[in-house]
Design a protein around this ligand. Structure first.
Ligand code: NAD
Length: 281
């Protein structure tokens, strides 16, 4: 029987631990404030932003909302980010992506001070991760590491195959698994013999963005499967990049969708906000 990795439970544990830390910080007179910027009113972004604000409230982090019009210019957004960088009361800055087409996302990310880059997307944060220095770790891959650690799944010396090489999931995921001493292979859209390569994995991490793509033909008997994908199926139900029912009997452990990786992203964002005041970056 496969072990179902309960991301909801682990995320709740992390938030409770953080809540305790924040209570102590508050007693010591230290407040944490996250600035959340949303440009336009894309419904999915509004849901994500709302969930982030709710988590802040639960943990005891102040959140300041900046809801900007869809027509906001790049200059207007950059000057807001610069003002928040200069404001000592702000500890973290989050710009909800995607941004409207008139705004250069990379430039916005680069403008956020690396000391307030709680999403971990700034080139300095990514560079620090790649050479093993201190810095913010992007939330989704950071959450996967916590899921594995807190489920007692060893990573050291294991064959880890990651499908997907995006800047926000696949690449930082590979760097984090290396840091955990796994032997890491990164697959992408040009990988040849994907099924055979995926089958080498003791730990298979899938972040490909294609619903139900990974079937049992990609999975070695007894592997651990982590599904980062989130989609709505034909019946409007959430599903992942992995065909969960198809692989279930082949795996030793698996994350469900929903309730696997998803809840961890926000928990790790909260973790980064706390680290913004407790660790020097
Ligand atoms: P992306 O589209 O930026 O990257 C997908 C990657 O998959 C690319 O590197 C591409 O090379 C690779 N790929 C595409 N088709 C392939 C194929 N046929 N064979 C092999 N590789 C292929 O996606 P992303 O931003 O990394 O997100 C991946 C998934 O994770 C999406 O479903 C997204 O919604 C989800 N996601 C979830 C969370 C969360 O909090 N749970 C966070 C971020 C992303």
């Amino acid at each position: 029987m496969a072990f179902i990795i309960d991301g909801k439970k682990i995320a709740a544990e992390i938030k409770d631990e953080l809540k305790q830390k924040v209570t102590k910080l508050t007693e010591d007179g230290v407040a944490i404030t996250l600035a959340v910027i949303q440009v336009g009113n894309d419904p999915a972004s509004s849901v994500y932003v709302g969930n982030k604000k709710k988590a802040c409230e639960y943990v005891g982090i102040n959140s300041l909302s900046y809801e900007l019009a869809e027509s906001t210019t790049q200059e207007e957004l950059l000057s807001l980010v610069e003002a928040l960088n200069a404001d000592a009361k702000i500890n973290g800055i989050l710009v909800q992506l995607p941004l409207p087409s008139q705004i250069d996302e990379d430039l916005v990310i680069k403008t956020i001070s690396p000391t307030k880059d709680v999403d971990g997307f700034h080139p300095q944060s990514v560079g620090a991760l790649s050479i093993g220095q201190k810095g913010f770790i992007s939330c989704t891959p950071g959450g996967v590491i916590q899921l594995l650690k807190r489920s007692g799944i060893p990573m050291e010396g294991k064959e880890c195959v990651i499908i997907g090489r995006s800047n926000i999931v696949g690449k930082p995921m590979a760097l984090l698994m290396l840091r955990e001493n796994a032997t890491v292979t990164v697959c992408h859209s040009r990988t040849k013999n994907l099924m055979e390569v995926a089958k080498r994995a003791d730990i298979l991490i899938v972040a490909i963005g294609k619903p139900l793509f990974v079937t049992k033909d990609f999975v070695k008997e007894g592997a651990v499967v982590i599904d980062v994908g989130i989609h709505r199926d034909a019946e409007n139900k959430l599903c992942g990049d992995v065909d969960y029912q198809d692989v279930l009997e082949h795996v030793s452990a698996i994350t469900p969708v929903p309730g696997g990786v998803g809840p961890m992203t926000i928990a790790m964002l909260m973790n980064n906000c706390v680290e913004a005041v407790t660790k020097s970056k």
